[in-house]
Write a protein that binds this ligand. Sequence first.
Ligand SMILES: [Fe+2]
Length: 209
Amino acid sequence: MPHELAPLPYAANALEPFIDTQTMEIHHGKHHATYVANLNKAVACTEVLQTKPLDDLIRDLASAPEAVRGAIRNNGGGHWNHSFFWKLMAPPSGTGPSGALLAALNAAFGNLASFQERFETAGMGRFGSGWAWLTVTQGKLEIVSTANQDNPLMGKAIAGCDGVPILGVDVWEHAYYLKYQNRRADYLKAWWNVVNWNAVARHYEAATR
Ligand SMILES: [Fe+2]
């Protein structure tokens, strides 16, 4: 199978009490695993698709055969988004962004608190299922959101936005419902405690290089 589910980069209970163990187990072991299995089914039709890296699959959806384009959009997006998401989190460390990333956040949004508020608003404003993202477009930071498993890398015509994601939060109910029920706002506020700012800084550096 060309696509595989990597293990979580930490124990399933590592993000407690902000993200509970059972949510992590089901989210990774069931939801993400299903995206991977269905992506493998979707790309099984041609050798070209089978050998195409995940990044290229989602950046170049337009060239996928129409019969499997929707399946690649949903499941390739799901695989990319979740693989990115796990690495964006880490056990609570109490540290925030620093250096060039903090300077860029301050320049774009005024200060860290104002950035966080606007990011949470993007997550709250996404009706139904989807993601909120912090992206870099030609060196500029932007907050956007996408529906379902769409990703800014899919481009404006498909995802409604573009740019290179450097941070993203899953606002599907499966990401928070067991612990927070319908309180998406509480989940989004708690989520900052487990953001891996070192990973975000690496993404920012790569996107602005
Ligand atoms: Fe998810």
